[in-house]
Design a binder for this molecule. Structure first.
Ligand code: SF4
Ligand code: SF4
Length: 226
């Protein structure tokens, strides 16, 4: 990532023959701007983003240009006003900042990847061995970096079907049957900006979940073997 601080541009100008005044800079390399961020001291522009796709992992590289403007009082004042306004607007958080209880659309359209420690946590939670959980609930597929060992099975072979651990299909109000042991992928999932939300579900009424997921396979005996 390349960072240019316009307060100390002399070296940058020597190296690149670029002008030291922002208005004289050749900004053509910045045509593909992906993000502009303003804080109390800097304007940061991200551009020329490149995505390299690997199995399970996308590596994103980008260039960055930073203008440090705190010696420009007019600009500072204007930006301070923009920041104050943005902070005020932050109160208008999106409606779906929390999932409506019972919604689990994402537990269908999406396959959570699991690491070895996710599988072990689920195994401990269900009183099963690691191998038994792998056989019964995981589609094995090791990721290129070795972190993931596969993804959670669906109730059928159809990938658009529900996660095998999703409960509550009769009532239509769903819940995770292994919630305390759910994979890291599910823990990191955020509903902010979610467009799959089930809009028919109320957000305020109490929601009582049913029993936890019970494995069909026999539980591990006390000596640790099934
Ligand atoms: S493990 Fe739980 S939270 Fe994760 S997809 Fe399955 S039902 Fe949903
Ligand atoms: S609101 Fe979105 S993120 Fe939350 S459970 Fe529903 S589909 Fe999943």
């Amino acid at each position: 990532m390349e960072t240019i601080d316009l307060i100390s541009l002399r070296n940058y100008s020597k190296r690149t023959s670029q002008a030291t005044h922002p208005e004289l800079l050749d900004v053509r390399p910045m045509e593909h701007v992906t993000n502009i961020e303003i804080d109390e001291e800097h304007v940061t522009i991200e551009y020329n983003e490149k995505t390299t796709r690997y199995y399970n992992v996308n590596e994103i590289t980008k260039s960055e240009w930073i203008y440090k403007y705190n010696d420009d009082p007019e600009f500072v004042e204007a930006v301070a006003r923009v920041i104050a306004l943005a902070r005020k607007r932050l109160k208008n958080v999106p409606e779906n900042v929390a999932c409506p209880p019972g919604c689990a659309e994402c537990c269908s359209g999406y396959e959570p990847f699991v690491s070895a420690s996710d599988v072990q946590r689920i195994a401990d939670h269900l009183g099963m061995s690691y191998e038994a959980v792998m056989r019964a609930y995981v589609v094995p597929r090791t990721s290129a970096d070795g972190h993931y060992v596969g993804w959670l099975r669906k109730v059928s072979d159809d990938l658009a079907d529900q996660c095998i651990f999703l409960m509550g299909s009769r009532s239509g109000r769903y819940y995770c049957g292994i919630y305390p042991a759910r994979p890291g992928d599910c823990r990191e999932f955020t509903p902010i900006g979610c467009e799959d939300v089930d809009k028919t579900l109320p957000r305020t009424s109490a929601f009582k979940i049913g029993p936890a997921f019970q494995p069909r396979h026999p539980r591990r005996k006390r000596n640790g073997k099934r």
